[in-house]
Design a protein around this ligand. Structure first.
Ligand code: SF4
Length: 258
């Protein structure tokens, strides 16, 4: 059995193994949920209890995301053929695996491949504010994607991680259209500083080394919530509560909407 056939078989077995064993009767924990825990675990509680609350910022972010990193669905066989080429190709797949006592799954924004190896895992974060800080949730999200790719059996020895933060609403139409290709070129050709200089103040590419130990710790430190070993921990930041869409209903909110 070749690598891909074995991977797809293991993937089926993994997803067939779901048994609603985690908090809120979830079978699999998404990487984005773990990232959200770094913001505030009560947001997850509220999401499960009240459902997701649409906000203008989320809707704008989703639309910009689709514009900057468009994807097209292809078959598994086409994917395997495409990412197996020597010249770098862009392709994204579901990532999954066991980590920190959890069954974790997710979908990175983009991955640059060559000869079946992931070279870069890219996470795009749109913002209306300063793109220079890298928040803990954003860092850990991309780290965990890297960990899962490693667990799936890919050769990650040359893989690096990038979180691209951008004030996307300020980009022109042409820049949006070419965005992912520009990022790819900059990452592959060492042109990140030049790209940042061109878009000074509007974007920042945060580069990280793939580190299995740090990623595993990132999951493990949040796993107790899903394993029901402990109760959720609320944010202690007034600023986070102020920006939170649940602040008018959350029992742990540090602010009250007037
Ligand atoms: S209001 Fe504050 S404590 Fe409640 S979910 Fe939002 S960030 Fe967390």
């Amino acid at each position: 059995m070749d690598f891909w056939e074995e991977l797809w078989k293991k993937e089926e077995e993994f997803f067939d193994s779901g048994s609603k064993e985690f908090r809120h009767e979830t079978s699999f924990v998404s990487v984005s949920s773990i990232a959200e825990q770094y913001y505030c675990e009560y947001k997850l509680e509220n999401e499960f209890a009240l459902g997701e609350v649409p906000t203008e910022a989320k809707e704008t972010g989703t639309a910009l995301h689709a514009e900057l990193m468009p994807t097209e669905r292809i078959t598994r066989e086409e994917f395997a053929e495409m990412v197996g080429r020597k010249e770098p190709t862009l392709g994204v797949l579901d990532v999954w695996g066991n980590a920190g006592g959890l069954k974790v799954m997710g979908e990175p924004d983009h991955i640059i491949w060559s000869e079946g190896r992931p070279l870069w895992v890219i996470e795009l974060k749109t913002t209306a504010g300063d793109p220079n800080p890298l928040w803990e949730d954003q860092e850990n999200q991309v780290r965990i994607y890297g960990l899962l790719l490693d667990r799936m059996g890919f050769d990650c020895s040359r893989m690096r991680l990038a979180v691209v933060r951008v004030r996307a609403e300020e980009l022109g139409e042409e820049e949006k259209r070419d965005w992912i290709l520009k990022i790819t070129k900059a990452l592959m050709g060492g042109g990140v500083l030049a790209l940042e200089a061109k878009h000074r103040g509007m974007m920042k590419v945060h580069l990280l080394e793939h580190d299995v130990g740090r990623a595993e710790t990132a999951v493990r430190s949040k796993a107790g919530y899903w394993l029901k070993d402990r109760e959720p921990i609320a944010s202690a930041s007034v600023g986070k509560c102020r920006a939170c869409e649940y602040n008018s209903v959350c029992v742990k909110s540090l602010v009250r909407a007037s």
